[in-house]
Design a protein around this ligand. Structure first.
Ligand SMILES: [Mn+2]
Length: 236
């Protein structure tokens, strides 16, 4: 068997763990979806998992739920990069500031100790601007200086095409094509939309993974040795 000369990323978003179910008696809080995603990532021999926002439905989770989620993530063992989204922002009372996540060594929350996480053995870093409150912000600002072969951006917001009417009210957390172009990233992992779709610049691979609950898939991103980036939607 030859050695693998590629990096494999699994990208998903909008798991909405701990969502209050008002239509059914389902008390699982969507945690089975997280288990499925991580099980799939393990079977694909992924190097890294990116959760591009709204991993939790809200920050008012009971300890039982956050402890369960932290246990599932810790048990996975491989690195997980989490970008806090508009549902689970990095507020002072954020779920990500609880000790169960502080003790999960393989879980990297963007914004807790800086806006990028580096993985030297993969020659890769992931950067992203976390939501830190419930107000509007620019999810995909100018990128930091690249210091690894692979640089991935992660952003949680709403993609809009350039509009001839800048006075139109388009909503919050806007991501524009020029932001994607300026990122210069090898891959932009997007969250906030439930559907899986590519957006933006033909020269920069930028994809919404969609929520696995709706899309039924996650994105696998293969970073090949010859610099090709191959994105596939894989069922979970
Ligand atoms: Mn969102």
């Amino acid at each position: 068997m030859s050695a693998r000369h590629e990096v494999l990323i699994v990208h998903t978003s909008d798991l909405h763990l701990g969502a209050d179910s008002i239509l059914t008696d389902d008390d699982s809080g969507n945690v089975p979806v997280l288990r499925q995603v991580l099980s799939m990532a393990r079977s694909q021999q992924a190097d890294l998992v990116i959760l591009a926002g709204d991993t939790f439905d809200h920050n008012r989770q009971g300890a039982r739920r956050t402890e369960e989620v932290a246990e599932v993530m810790t048990g996975f063992g491989l690195p997980i990069v989490i970008l806090p989204g508009n549902h689970d922002p990095l507020t002072p009372d954020s779920v990500y500031r609880r000790s169960e996540f502080g003790n999960a060594g393989n879980v990297h929350v963007l914004g807790l100790t800086g806006d990028r996480s580096g993985f030297p053995d993969l020659d890769l870093e992931v950067w992203g601007r976390p939501h830190v409150d419930y107000l509007d912000m620019m999810p995909l600002p100018e990128p930091p200086e690249r210091r690894t072969r692979w640089q991935l951006a992660v952003a949680h917001g709403h993609y809009v095409e350039d509009t001839p009417r800048p006075d139109l009210l388009l909503g919050s957390w806007l991501i524009r094509q020029e932001n994607i172009t300026a990122s210069g990233a090898d891959y932009v992992a997007l969250g906030h939309w439930n559907r899986a779709v590519r957006v933006g610049d033909p020269g920069v691979p930028a994809y919404y993974s969609g929520s696995p609950s709706y899309a039924g898939t996650v994105n696998t991103v293969r970073l090949h040795d010859d610099s090709r980036v191959e994105v596939t939607q894989v069922p979970v």
